[in-house]
Design a protein around this ligand. Structure first.
Ligand SMILES: Cc1cc2nc3c(=O)[nH]c(=O)nc-3n(C[C@H](O)[C@H](O)[C@H](O)COP(=O)(O)OP(=O)(O)OC[C@H]3O[C@@H](n4cnc5c(N)ncnc54)[C@H](O)[C@@H]3O)c2cc1C
Length: 262
């Protein structure tokens, strides 16, 4: 499958909606003639009012691979224009205008070359051993990372994977079904950071993610990991700066910013 973006607008039919967190909803769409997508890609959703006014927003795709099923997870911004409709009002059977899949940079494929030139791979890194993959997500920023984990699991890929995931409370974890039991893959490790409330007996007091937490949880720079970092703009910029400070090659850090300052 190519990472090239598809510029066509298509109409998808909502087949399932489920509560994802107290503020978010999982939305499953069947999109006729969907070309499939690579883990990490996103799409645009366009809503059009009866008076012709339209608003378009991007949403990461939580699913990957061939087929016409597309999984999304949308967090509601109470004063937002589009997300409250998608979370509160969209119903099974509704049609949605969709543009995509989009994006060819923030993507991961199981059979990708272990070291891509210009990707921060050192000249001495062995082509036989794939570079580890470090996923870092904040809140709904885990959605494209979930697609990468699903891809990793489906392919029974042995590339070492870690996810560092910052969420407010246990109820705010997106895709707990995918992340449960480290997705059943020995090559995947999940580190959860709770910022407001942790489960009973959790060994760490809830607090915002820090440079020290990042340093102790992620693959060290010496392991030359490929890093995928996604969340609010503020989260991504803060963590990316720490990673560079910790010696990670900026060319190895791929970021996706969802907007927002918290
Ligand atoms: C590539 C990409 C992928 C994305 N994937 C997802 C996804 O999988 N799930 C998801 O829930 N969202 C995702 N987003 C964010 C999404 O596109 C919208 O920005 C979000 O749903 C808010 O839209 P809205 O119309 O409800 O709010 P708007 O009317 O656009 O904004 C309302 C207010 O919220 C602020 N704001 C906008 N975005 C955010 C944010 N992310 N956090 C905090 N404040 C914000 C605005 O500055 C404004 O003040 C993605 C964004 C990008 C660029």
């Amino acid at each position: 499958m190519s990472a090239a973006s598809d510029t066509a607008w298509r109409v998808g039919t909502v087949t399932e909606v489920h509560p994802e967190t107290p503020s978010a909803r999982r939305i499953i769409i069947d999109v006729a003639e969907w070309p499939g997508n690579i883990a990490g890609q996103h799409l645009d959703v366009r809503l059009t009012a009866p008076d012709g006014y339209s608003a378009t927003r991007s949403y990461s795709i939580a699913s990957a691979g061939p087929g016409t099923r597309v999984d999304l997870a949308v967090d509601k911004l109470p004063d937002g224009e589009v997300s409250p409709f998608l979370v509160d009002d969209l119903m099974v059977g509704d049609m949605l205008e969709i543009h995509g899949p989009l994006g060819g940079w923030f993507v991961w494929e199981p059979d990708a070359a272990p070291n891509v030139p210009g990707d921060g791979a050192s000249a001495t890194a062995g082509a036989a051993s794939p570079r580890p993959v470090q996923l870092i997500g904040g809140g709904s920023g885990v959605v494209p990372l979930v697609a990468m984990i699903r891809s990793h699991v489906a392919a029974e890929d042995t590339t070492p994977f870690r996810l560092l995931y910052s969420v407010r409370t246990p109820e705010d974890v997106f895709f707990p079904d995918v992340l449960a039991d480290d997705a059943g893959m020995p090559a995947l490790r999940v580190d959860l950071i709770y910022t407001r409330r942790a489960p009973d007996g959790w060994p760490v007091t809830p607090a915002r993610i820090t440079r020290e937490v990042v340093e102790s949880s992620v693959f060290p720079a010496s392991a030359n990991p490929r890093v995928y970092l996604c969340g609010s703009t503020a989260f991504v910029e803060t963590v990316a700066a720490w990673l560079v400070d910790l010696g990670h090659d900026p060319r190895s850090i791929r970021t996706e910013r969802f907007g927002g300052t918290s």
